[in-house]
Design a protein around this ligand. Sequence first.
Ligand code: GAP
Length: 488
Amino acid sequence: MSTQQENNFQAIIAHAKEYGFVFPGSEIYDGLGAVYDYGPYGSELKKNIRDYWWKSMTQLHENIVGIDAAIFMHPATWKASGHVDNFNDPMIDNKDSRKRYRVDHLIEAHAAKLEEKGQPKEAEALLQEMDALLSKDDFAGLKHLIESNKIVCAVSGTCNWTDIRQFNLMFDTKLGSVTDEADTIYLRPETAQGIFVNFLNVQKTARMKIPFGIAQTGKAFRNEIVARQFIFRMREFEQMEMQFFVRPGTEGEWYKYWKQARLQWHLSLGIPAKKYRYHDHVKLAHYAKEACDIEFEFPFGFKEVEGIHSRSDFDLTRHQLYSKKKMQYFDADIDAATGKPYGNYVPYVIETSIGLDRMFLLIMAHAYEEETITKEDGSTDSRVVMHIPEKIAPIKLAILPLTKKDGLPEIARDLMDECKNYFRCFYEEKDAIGKRYRRQDAIGTPFCVTIDHQTKEDNTVTIRYRDSMQQERILLSQVKDIVINAIV
Ligand code: GAP
């Protein structure tokens, strides 16, 4: 990360705290590593992102329904899914500082430094070699790559490394009142398995026909060893996942469909396409047939925000094996090739999986601007403005009576009563109007309406648009519809 990028990122983190978006978890006890709490505007923004995703998946797709499964699942779930045996990251420890690194992160950080030093070809070659070694699980080769590139520990500055070992990322705990007798269970590391184990319950009760999807949002937990970059990599986070069940043989076309559809979802928020790119996986997860990431250009470079995975029939077949319950679907449609129904089969799955917290960070990074304003007399001023897309802004409309008297608060309160059932409003009568506008800019409120003495005469108000700072006079009766049109 260049100094400018680092400063920009630190400014976003500071802004998130100062304006009630994100606080360090348990801050009065000096925080807890990679755990964060969302404040008044943050929880509102997070809920709006979740709702926007949920609506696009369920309300706008007749063949997708939602569920809300438990965080705790039977321990056999994670044996079946492969997480007990395979949900590992290769790690390496520095013998002098005793600091532990994820091998890919250590090498990626070195590649980023090479790029900064103007050696992009060397950086690219290093990453390619890393990908090739990772795909073969060649740990000796990876260690040699680290040593031959003289990659050192950021704390000790030495190249004195242990061998590479695998660490499981799942948190475990005990279920039951007496710890000794209790069973070990896991905090779910992904929400997806809650969907798979309920596949038949959902298919039967909602009478779904293939192809169909099941969507879910909820908390997931991973004991990330290298937890850093603010809310990008957390130990407790939220996922928004959808599993789409298809007829075997059609997974290729559905994978393409969802790959494209999910990028469109991001672009529908008005974020420029140049900030996104696909990254097709070389090393596939233990369940994947085909996989890609949608990457966004964060202040620290292009990084994954969402994954699209063609998971074959891996999960349902494994649950069938471990639970000894059939996970089959009867397809009554006629196969043109045989003239007979497709019959019973275990469906194939395309998964879309996005981190809600990571999407939140994406919105903050996209929205944050320190803007210099040139006034009419040529002098300059500055403001911090959050260009949060209108649809998901924490507050949609600020209602600001110019003074606390002369009947202006009463008119403002009436407008508040008219609008608050439809969208989130904010009422404020304290401080100079310019100061109030700046506070709304800082939390990303797209519309401010000022009620002044002229309002009493002709029922008009001043509406101010956050991004352009343009102001215009409109009828009081138009306010609600202007906001609704911008957010639906
Ligand atoms: N069910 C598939 C799955 O969990 P993943 O790529 O491990 O796939 C999906 O995770 C998404 O969840 C990622 O693209 C990322 O947005 C988010 N995510 C994963 N680990 C995270 C973490 N430690 N902190 C925040 N978000 C995370």
